[in-house]
Ligand binder design. Structure first.
Ligand code: FES
Length: 125
């Protein structure tokens, strides 16, 4: 089980829940009463965009890409998620290219596409 902390979704409330590695973030949120806006639930609309910090190692996802991969934290992001994030201006095209090249997640994700691997802190976008 990994820790998922939702911060700032309900006024003044943080909520820590536990999820299985491999769970989809949106499902974990919904099953724990955390409201994240959704529309398509398929990575196309961008409604469920959230900010994510990796708290397993107290490092932000801005750390060196090779170092990140060497720690076994490689995360594959689908092209459609990256394209949606770029088209809505949440990440740059360069950030999307780095995510693809190094299999590392961007700090902004779509909750409906985000598979939980490690302890994370989740904030509204
Ligand atoms: Fe549409 Fe997640 S609900 S992208």
């Amino acid at each position: 089980m990994v820790s998922v902390i939702f911060c700032g979704f309900a006024e003044g409330q943080n909520k820590r829940v536990y999820a299985k590695s491999g769970d989809v973030l949106l499902r974990v949120a919904q099953s724990n009463g955390i409201v994240i806006p959704t529309d398509c639930t398929d990575g196309m609309c961008g409604s469920c965009v959230v900010r994510i910090e990796d708290i397993a190692t107290d490092e932000s996802m801005d750390s060196n890409a090779e170092e990140y991969a060497s720690k076994g934290k490689a995360v594959y992001m689908e092209d459609k998620e990256l394209e949606t994030l770029v088209s809505m201006g949440a990440i740059t095209k360069k950030e999307a290219e780095i995510a693809q090249q190094f299999n590392r997640p961007t700090p902004v994700r779509l909750a409906c596409q985000c598979v939980i691997k490690d302890a994370i802190l989740v904030k509204p976008y």
